[in-house]
Design a protein around this ligand. Structure first.
Ligand code: ADP
Length: 466
């Protein structure tokens, strides 16, 4: 099977969150199942690739009512072919966060068929991810100026987070993507605005999201961010497939960022990792360490964590927070750390090596998310013998077993989080804690099962039952 996989971020080349992890790991696992994959992603200024992709020239892309050139670079790794889309639009400081983001990614989306054709790649199916590439199913169904063999290709959209939808004006989108005016009144139109994610929901042959619980939750108004009605309407083609973890990248037995390796039968290395982390963050290593590694946004319940911090420290936890995002949360986290030297450290920024060291060195990981499509955090933590203390929502609920592999609480409130963290603290240092750590570390979060589920869904999409 030949799969064209389109994603706005792909680990290790670019990353702001879990989407990159999935886009890095799933294609590799699909290759192991015998598929041929071309991954298309932007060539960002900050691209992490040594040596850099091989520049193969320009392709002409139908865009902005005309045709315009984008550059193409390629490389191959672990049996996966990657094509990077080069354009000044992606040569900015950050991956996202600009007023013209929808236009930037419309161009990216529109270039995918032309690039695949240029590379001689004829897909059986196209897999797009989140709003950034969600216009592609619509373009494939009805777009003009597609290379031969691309019109009508079956497609799958995976929603990694329904909160981000890619809204803009309808007329602009029709013009950018070179679509017929009739689409003003299609799934593209969400209450008078163009909505990339909704267009994907409507035009993709199948829609998946990254955990079974989240697949149900997003059909409810509390979780659907205005798309719950559309999601209920397309529920017959909506599936939840749990993400896996790249167990090569996340492996305490051979993690290059750790000073000592360890496994569930030999945890001495974890003790060393904690000492190393605490020295680095100037924390007292005798106390249990509760950490956060996260984007600092409302979704992640960081405010709930901060509201509970005084009590957590009083109850005996040390706290370490690694993340960046919302300025208000960043300031509040820094102020708390200044109040508790030796007890709490805040590290603002994105730091991959430090994240590995925190997962290994902490005793528990706080994940008080308001919603969590899947979450990789908790899976990484469990694999590193660090017990998640998480809200029972979405993928957190589907991957953590309360009092077996971590701790779950129901309500998104600092009180409930604090109560559960206090209960966890009461077990720390007992044989029960050690039992939970061992059990957590023995969980299998590898991609094999999920990749097989995607493979099955691709087949069912390409060859639907009559
Ligand atoms: P989301 O995709 O919603 O941000 P996930 O839990 O699915 O959340 O994935 C988050 C990924 O980003 C994990 O691999 C996590 O380790 C990483 N991450 C988040 N914040 C940071 C940070 N400040 N520094 C390094 N890695 C981070």
């Amino acid at each position: 099977m030949r799969i064209l996989f389109v994603s706005s971020e792909v680990f290790p080349f670019s990353k702001t969150g879990g989407l990159a992890d999935v886009s890095g790991a799933l294609p590799k696992s699909l290759v192991d199942l015998g598929s041929e994959i071309l991954v298309i992603t932007p060539w960002y200024r900050t691209l992490q690739a040594t040596p850099p992709p091989l520049w193969i020239g320009d392709v002409e892309v139908p865009f902005d009512g005309d045709f315009e050139s984008v550059g193409v670079g390629t490389l191959e790794r672990d049996g996966v072919r990657y094509a990077f889309v080069g354009h000044p639009d992606y040569q900015r400081e950050e991956l996202y966060g600009y007023p013209d983001d929808v236009r930037r990614f419309a161009r990216f989306t529109r270039s995918a068929p032309q690039i695949a054709a240029r590379l001689g790649f004829k897909p059986d199916i196209v897999h797009v991810n989140d709003w950034h590439s969600a216009y592609l199913p619509l373009v494939l169904t009805h777009g003009w100026h597609l290379p031969k063999g691309f019109a009508g290709l079956p497609s799958i959209l995976t929603i990694h987070n329904v909160q981000y939808q890619g809204s803009s004006g309808i007329e602009e989108v029709l013009y950018w993507l070179r679509l017929p005016g009739a689409f003003r009144h299609s799934y593209l139109n969400h209450f008078g605005a163009a909505n990339a994610l909704q267009a994907g929901l409507g035009f993709a042959n199948r829609v998946t999201t990254v955990s079974p619980s989240y697949a149900q939750e997003i059909t409810l108004p509390e979780y659907g961010y205005g798309l719950d009605g559309t999601l209920r309407h397309i529920a017959h083609k909506l599936f939840g497939i749990l993400n896996g973890l790249d167990t090569e990248v996340w492996n305490p037995q051979k993690d290059p960022y750790l000073v000592s390796s360890y496994c569930c039968n030999h945890l001495e290395g974890k003790v060393v990792a904690k000492k190393h982390l605490c020295d680095k963050l100037q924390l007292d290593s005798d106390r249990p360490l509760l950490a956060v590694v996260s984007r600092l946004v409302e979704q992640k319940g960081i405010d709930l964590f901060l509201a509970a911090s005084d009590e957590l420290i009083l109850k005996g936890w040390s706290l370490a927070l690694l993340g960046s995002g919302d300025k208000k949360l960043e300031v509040a986290a820094e102020q708390l750390a200044a109040k508790y030297p030796g007890r709490m450290t805040t590290y603002l920024g994105y730091d991959e090596p430090l994240a590995h060291q925190v997962y290994a060195g902490a005793d528990a990981l706080a994940i008080p998310s308001r919603f969590e499509p899947c979450g990789l955090n908790q899976m990484i933590a469990m694999r590193y013998g660090t017990l998640p203390i998480a809200r029972a929502t979405g993928g957190l609920k589907d991957t953590i077993t309360h009092e077996q592999t971590g701790f779950l609480f129901d309500k998104a409130s600092s009180k409930d989080f604090l109560e559960t963290a206090s209960y966890a603290k009461s077990l720390y240092g007992t044989p029960e804690w050690d039992r939970l750590v061992e059990h957590a570390m023995r969980q299998d979060f590898s991609w094999q099962v999920s990749a097989a589920a995607y493979h099955k869904l691709y087949s069912a999409t390409i060859f639907p039952l009559p």
